[in-house]
Design a protein around this ligand. Structure first.
Ligand code: SAM
Length: 415
């Protein structure tokens, strides 16, 4: 996700309805803290803030995506992103001679609409396009988006309440889903790594260090063993305790095909780099980015970057193959981004005075539209923008083809 507003700008105050909603969620969290004798693990707090039924940020509430929301994701930024994904899906579905697409956490539904539109253009529609969405409100929004953009393809789409139990062939997609999985926070102390807990300070929520926790100790020992260095004292970071079980559950029904995740993150050696001493946790609210998860509870997104080495480890544990890993820009180039952009170039581009004088028909609006698409491509691909901050990883089962998204550059060796 990106937030184009200067992060130093102050956070706008929520309206009274939103503030009341946040206060109710805060009371709910305080009650759980009290019931747990004064502190809950950060991972539990993040789960409640994002997913508590009736309260959590992704369960209910205000506009999240796009210019009027909190952040912009790649499919919201440009249809070319989803068209590239469609081309990757097409290659996989052709190799499987059919199959479905399952999208996890489909946001506004715009990616589903643009993928379906592109696949129809290529005469390569999937048997079904399934969406697994936790939020009832977002499901409705997805239905509206699909109805507006591809009304005749709406009957291709099904919303699932749970993962398929068996026999899934096709592609499972997750754009910016991994970063939304609740994370455990830890700090390295002189006594060893300690879990960060969330408590009520009397005026608000705050962190305290927990007692020694076997799961945190084992995980940090594993990280340090794999990294080959000790994390320094005071070092604070995160990991996703549910990642392995979550991925195993998604992989379970897959008989043949691929899982494709795109998200911001790093290979482990960069994630836990000794200089990244305060972790990767960020909050997004009205296009401002900051690192305080304890304000605007339920009204702001909370995310951590993805440790793609941990994703690869979880994939291997789930008997998946790691078929490709690269940065978003190379993935999109491999899927034909520049060819798609070139197709969008109007025949009268670039406009010149000469065209006018010759009395040729020129339409400046086409050129402005094309330049806007070129600007979006820059945001999707430039280093420092989404191009190298976001990564793509493909995990496969019984699919033995070189995936086009990784043809440009495959960096599995960095994991
Ligand atoms: C940052 S949003 C990204 C939305 C959309 N994919 C996009 O790119 O615009 C994160 C999404 O992940 C979904 N999500 C989080 N955990 C999930 C899970 N366990 N299963 C399915 N979706 C999940 C959230 O509900 C939310 O829709």
């Amino acid at each position: 996700m990106i937030s184009p507003i200067d992060p130093s700008k102050s956070l706008p105050a929520p309206d009274p309805v939103a503030a009341a909603h946040s206060a109710r969620l805060l009371n709910h969290i305080r009650a759980e803290i009290e019931a747990a004798n004064g502190a809950i693990p950060f991972v539990r707090f993040m789960d409640l803030a994002l997913y508590a039924p009736d309260f959590g940020y992704y369960r209910v509430g205000t506009r999240k995506f796009g210019a009027g929301g909190d952040f912009i994701t790649a499919p919201e930024l440009s249809p070319l992103f989803s068209r590239c994904l469609a081309r990757q899906c097409q290659q996989i579905l052709e190799a499987l001679e059919g199959g479905m697409i399952l999208e996890l956490g489909a946001g506004t539904g715009i990616m589903a609409a643009d993928i379906l539109k592109e696949l129809r253009k290529q005469d390569a529609l999937p048997e079904r396009y399934a969406i697994l969405e936790l939020s009832g409100e977002l499901r409705e929004r997805q239905r509206r988006t699909l109805h507006e953009r591809v009304p005749d393809l709406l009957e291709q789409v099904v919303w699932l309440d749970a993962l398929p139990t068996s026999g899934f062939r096709g592609v499972i997609l997750g754009n910016e889903v991994l970063d939304a999985l609740p994370a455990e926070c830890f700090r390295v102390t002189p006594q060893g790594p300690r879990r960060l807990m969330v408590t009520w300070t009397g005026v608000g929520l705050g962190y305290i260090e927990g007692a020694e926790d076997p799961a945190v100790t084992t995980t940090v020992a594993h990280l340090e063993h794999e990294l080959g260095w000790r994390l320094p004292e005071g070092y604070t970071s995160e990991y996703v305790p549910r990642l392995e079980a979550w991925l195993a559950a998604i992989a379970e029904p897959l008989t043949a095909g691929a899982l494709l995740f795109i998200d911001y993150g790093y290979p482990r050696r960069l994630y836990y780099h000794p200089e990244r001493t305060v972790g990767t946790l960020l909050c997004h609210y009205r296009h401002r980015v900051h690192d305080d998860p304890f304000i605007l509870v339920g009204l702001q997104d909370i995310t951590v970057s993805v440790d793609f080495t941990a994703v690869a480890e979880a994939a291997l544990a789930a008997q998946l193959e790691i078929a490709g890993y690269t940065s978003q820009n190379y993935f999109l180039f491999g899927c034909g981004l520049m060819e798609l952009l070139a197709e969008e170039m109007p025949s009268d581009f670039p406009l010149s005075k000469h065209d006018d004088e010759a009395g040729e028909i020129v339409n400046p609006a086409n050129s402005v539209d094309y330049l806007e698409q070129a600007r979006q491509v820059k945001l999707l691909t430039l280093p420092g923008e989404m191009g190298d901050r976001f990564q793509a990883i493909a995990l496969t089962r019984n699919l033995d083809i070189p995936l086009r998204g990784f043809a440009f550059r495959d960096e599995r060796g960095r994991l």
